[in-house]
Design a protein. Structure first.
Length: 201
C-alpha cells in the first residue's frame, strides 16, 4: 500500500498562547519557533501512533482489493471515504459507486481503523493486479477544530514541545535528552495496533 497526503489540516491542535504559558515565557519572544515546534510535535505524535489528529485528506493506492474481507484504512479515526477508484480488467479507470459499498468508521479517542467492504452479498470489483490498481481517497482525524482532539493527546504534544524547547542542539552538556517521562505510555495508548510497528518515543 502507498499512502499520500492530499491536503493537510487547516490548523494545529495547540495554539501559541497556550504553549507559551506551558513553557512559562512571554509571548512575542519566540512565536515563530513555537509555531514550528507545534507542527513538529503533531507530526511526531502522528508518526509514532499512526493516527490523524485534525482533519486531513489522504489517498492510498493498493495493487488489488482484498479477497472476501473488509479493507482497512490507515490513519484512524476515519471520518469518511471520499472516493474509490479502480482499474478494471480492461485497463479502464472506474469509480465505485458509494451505494455499492459500506463504510465502517469507529469513533472515540482510541478508535481502531475504519473499514470498507461491499454491501451484503455483493463481490469486490474485478481489477487488474498492478501497482495502484485500487485508489481510495478518504478523510481522517478527530475533527476540524482543536477542541475535538483528545486532551491526553494534547498533553503528549505539550511534552513534545517542551522537549524541543529544552534540547535545541543534537549534543548537550548533560546527556539527558530522552523524551519526557510518561510520554511513551501516552503514545502507546493511541497506537494504531494494526500497523504492527514498535513505538520509539
Amino acid at each position: 500500500m502507498t499512502l499520500s497526503l492530499v491536503s493537510g489540516p487547516a490548523e494545529e491542535p495547540l495554539i501559541v498562547q497556550d504553549v507559551a504559558t506551558h513553557l512559562r515565557f512571554p509571548l512575542g519572544t519566540e512565536d515563530g519557533l513555537l509555531d514550528n515546534w507545534i507542527t513538529a510535535a503533531r507530526e511526531a505524535f502522528e508518526h509514532a501512533t499512526g493516527r490523524q489528529l485534525l482533519t486531513a485528506t489522504w489517498e492510498c493506492w493498493r495493487d488489488e482489493f482484498p479477497c472476501g474481507e473488509a479493507l482497512s484504512l490507515p490513519k484512524p479515526p476515519l471520518q469518511e471515504v471520499v472516493s474509490v477508484q479502480y482499474v478494471d480488467t480492461a485497463g479502464t479507470l472506474q469509480t465505485w459507486a458509494p451505494s455499492a459499498y459500506v463504510v465502517i468508521a469507529p469513533q472515540g479517542p482510541y478508535a481502531r481503523r475504519g473499514r470498507l467492504r461491499p454491501v451484503y452479498g455483493a463481490p469486490w470489483p474485478q481489477t487488474r493486479s498492478e501497482p495502484g490498481a485500487v485508489r481510495i481517497q478518504f478523510k481522517a482525524g478527530y475533527g476540524d477544530d482543536p477542541t475535538a482532539v483528545p486532551e491526553l493527546a494534547k498533553t503528549a504534544l505539550y511534552l513534545f514541545v517542551a522537549h524541543f524547547h529544552r534540547y535545541r542542539a543534537p549534543v548537550q552538556e548533560v546527556p539527558t535528552a530522552e523524551l519526557p517521562l510518561g510520554l511513551s505510555s501516552i503514545v502507546r495508548r493511541f497506537l494504531d495496533r494494526e500497523r504492527g510497528e514498535p513505538v520509539h518515543a
